[in-house]
Design a protein around this ligand. Structure first.
Ligand SMILES: NC(=O)c1ccc[n+]([C@@H]2O[C@H](COP(=O)([O-])OP(=O)(O)OC[C@H]3O[C@@H](n4cnc5c(N)ncnc54)[C@H](OP(=O)(O)O)[C@@H]3O)[C@@H](O)[C@H]2O)c1
Length: 263
């Protein structure tokens, strides 16, 4: 029996990872801030699949959060075969007018947390010569996004970091995958503060979270370094920026995302 640790498992893509891994008889350690949601999910997965599910209620931006998680996993006597670095947030708006603390917390959650957890759990995987990491990036990773600037930059970091780790760890039998979905679930966009006009556009090209996770787990099995789940629009969004001048890409996204702001 293998064990997966999933961050941001209380909702959306993280909860879908929990459901699909549980269906494959993977034991789970679920991490998020919402105790009630984690507890409910854990109870239902234990009941449905007769697997071991532990929860760790933790704000990943709190001081020493990753140390707490690592220690708790050790106290539970678990060794982690699959780390799913899924928890992530976005914040829509003009960078200059944005809340600085919020931006820094986003960098902490979307970047520092995945670096830290990967650094803690990789040595065990290497030693056992099995297992791996799934990092949630985004199609945003392939382009700068005015008015979603920090988020897109964090996802570019995640993609680059994951690809490098993929190469560094393959010969140890450890696999690292970057998952780069387009829009997949409206909760994320609402919480990121997008206006309804843009949420409506995102909804039109939305990929069900179930499909995102299916595609991710399939790519992980095939030991691919990167997967862009969902319909053709997402590979197009990821690939086109390579063939046009970079300033065109930034100007394009300013037009799409910034129509509520001063031009
Ligand atoms: N949805 C999309 O369209 C989309 C597209 C591309 C990439 N992604 C990426 O996919 C990942 C998951 O997105 P999603 O749509 O599933 O998001 P979501 O539905 O908003 O869920 C976010 C998850 O992260 C947890 N979380 C947020 N802040 C946290 C913190 N400080 N500490 C611990 N847990 C925290 C939330 O749980 P609690 O609130 O209980 O803590 C929740 O479980 C993210 O990395 C996102 O960037 C999403």
């Amino acid at each position: 029996m293998t064990t997966a640790l999933i961050t941001g498992a209380s909702a959306g893509i993280g909860a879908a990872f929990a459901q699909q891994l549980a269906a494959h008889q993977t034991d789970l350690v679920l991490v998020a801030r919402s105790q009630d949601k984690l507890q409910e999910l854990a109870n239902s997965l234990r009941h449905q699949h007769q697997i071991q599910v532990d929860i760790i209620v933790q704000d990943l931006t709190a001081p020493n959060a990753t140390e707490t998680i690592f220690q708790t996993v050790q106290q539970l006597g678990r060794s982690i075969d699959l780390l799913v670095n899924n928890a992530g947030v976005g914040d829509y708006g003009d960078f200059t007018e944005s809340n600085r603390d919020l931006q820094l917390k986003m960098v902490q959650l979307n970047i520092a947390t995945i670096v830290d957890l990967s650094h803690r759990f990789l040595p065990g995987m290497r030693q056992r010569r099995t297992g791996g990491i799934i990092n949630m990036s985004s199609v945003a990773a392939f382009q700068s996004m005015p008015y979603f600037s920090i988020y897109a930059a964090t996802k570019a970091f995640t993609l680059s970091f994951s690809e490098a780790l993929w190469a560094e760890n393959r010969s140890y039998g450890v696999h690292v995958l970057a998952v780069c979905p387009g829009p997949a679930g409206i909760k994320f966009f609402k919480e990121a503060g997008f206006p309804s006009s843009l949420i409506n556009v995102a909804e039109k090209i939305d990929t069900p979270v179930k499909t995102v996770v299916q595609d991710a787990l399939e790519a992980f099995e095939k030991r691919e370094p990167i997967v862009i789940p969902g319909s053709l629009i997402n590979p197009i969004l990821a690939t086109l920026p390579r063939f046009v001048p970079r300033e065109w890409v930034s100007s394009f996204w300013k037009l799409i995302l910034g129509h509520d702001f001063d031009k």
